[in-house]
Design a protein around this ligand. Structure first.
Ligand SMILES: Cc1ncc(COP(=O)(O)O)c(C=O)c1O
Length: 382
């Protein structure tokens, strides 16, 4: 947040800042989605409260989309439409995590998970991973992290911030391990359509159907349809948990904006052409950024398999003095690079990964090359 505030202040002061911070596609929301929303604004039915769990037609379209995209067969009644995947994840934590419960969280993790676990009264048990295992937790590590208090595993593949994707056999083994230990699964599938090369996305309750009655799938339109600002996500959970989540959402926020829900309906009912085009662009940029980062001495970048983030280690730069500042952390580096090269990236500390840096490559190709070039020049000159 500190780096983000500084980047914004520099931009406001007229500096040409190149930002690798944003966790959102740089593409516009597809036109047919925007048009559906525009039409919805004139429908007076949408000017009123609607069911807290979401528009029935959207819940049903999400169930169909889930069957189409990941082969998970669910009822519309299991779907709760929320204000982004974020609220769905929060609802999920509140519904199943009780004070004293432990939740296993592979690190590096998305920044909001630890706070959601804490807000529900739970304790996070982080499982550290590095590029040596492709930033993937092993069964052995999960076994060591578990205890009699373990309530749930929070699982994300493809991952933010590392871009790692678990292969199907590992997804299956982890799901089976959770099932055998009676551990709940909260699985965040928001990057399902952003997987590169020969890697593939797989959904836990599809590979191990027995976990379905202890599994909450979270997803949303933000990343696949370039709709971060529309704020529509959802959960798919067993009926009793769904009931709790609807009740919580009904007393906290009520229904998601109807206009945004109609936009999401157009998104999930339509084809995946837009997502495919974005994926092709991200794939190209991924190859460029990984190469450019690895060309910098002291930066070591793992080749991500999904999402739109590169997550290099910058540990080898620690101890170096750049423009009078001795770099002792990723945060120090982010601060100096922003101040001197006017390039913003997110230091790894917030993701539970000090020594790393997150670069979102959801930005134009020219900016990408210019931004990494500036960092390379800064480091080469010191
Ligand atoms: C892993 C992960 N899950 C969930 C979200 C939340 O997405 P939404 O915008 O739908 O709330 C994000 C957003 O960055 C994310 O990276």
């Amino acid at each position: 947040m500190a780096i983000d505030a500084k980047a914004k202040a520099l931009k406001a002061a007229g500096e040409n800042v190149i930002g690798f911070g944003a966790g959102e596609p740089d593409f516009p929301t597809p036109e047919h989605i925007v048009e559906a929303a525009a039409r919805a604004t004139h429908n007076s039915a949408y000017h009123r409260y609607t069911p807290a769990a979401g528009l029935p037609e959207l819940r049903s379209a999400i169930a169909s989309k889930t069957k189409r995209d990941s082969a998970y067969d669910v009822e519309a009644q299991q779907v709760v439409v929320s204000n982004g995947g974020k609220q769905a994840l929060y609802n999920a934590c509140m519904a199943i995590v009780d004070p004293g419960d432990e939740v296993i969280l592979p690190a590096p993790y998305w920044v909001s998970y630890p706070d959601m676990i804490r807000l529900a009264g739970g304790t996070m048990v982080a499982v550290e991973t590095t590029e040596a295992t492709g930033f993937r937790a092993t069964l052995d590590q999960l076994e060591k992290a578990s205890s009699a208090k373990t309530k749930a595993l929070m699982f994300t593949s493809p991952s933010n911030p590392t871009g790692s994707v678990y292969p199907p056999d590992e997804v299956e083994a982890i799901a089976r391990w959770c099932h055998d230990h009676g551990i709940w699964i909260i699985t965040d599938e928001i990057y399902e359509h952003l997987v590169f090369g020969d890697h593939s996305f797989s959904s836990m309750p599809v590979l191990v159907p027995e976990v379905a009655d202890r599994c909450i799938v979270v997803n949303g339109v933000a990343k696949a349809y370039a709709m971060t600002g529309w704020r529509v996500g959802w959960s798919i959970a067993p009926p009793d948990v769904t009931k709790k989540m609807i009740s919580l959402q009904s007393h906290t926020t009520s229904n998601v904006s109807n206009v945004a829900q109609v936009a999401a309906l157009a998104a999930v009912s339509g084809d995946l052409d837009g997502a495919r085009k974005m994926r092709a662009a991200f794939d190209r940029r991924r190859q460029t950024i990984v190469k450019l980062l690895n060309d910098i001495e002291g930066v070591d970048c793992y080749d991500p398999e999904g999402a739109f983030y590169a997550f290099p280690s910058v540990k080898a730069l620690f101890g170096r003095t750049i423009t009078g500042v001795t770099i002792e952390s990723s945060l120090d580096l982010a601060d100096v690079v922003l101040g001197e090269a006017k390039v913003a990236f997110v230091p790894g500390e917030g993701f539970g990964a000090p020594g790393y840096a997150r670069f979102s490559y959801a930005l134009g190709d020219d900016d990408l090359e210019e931004g990494i070039g500036r960092i390379a020049r800064l480091l080469a000159s010191t």
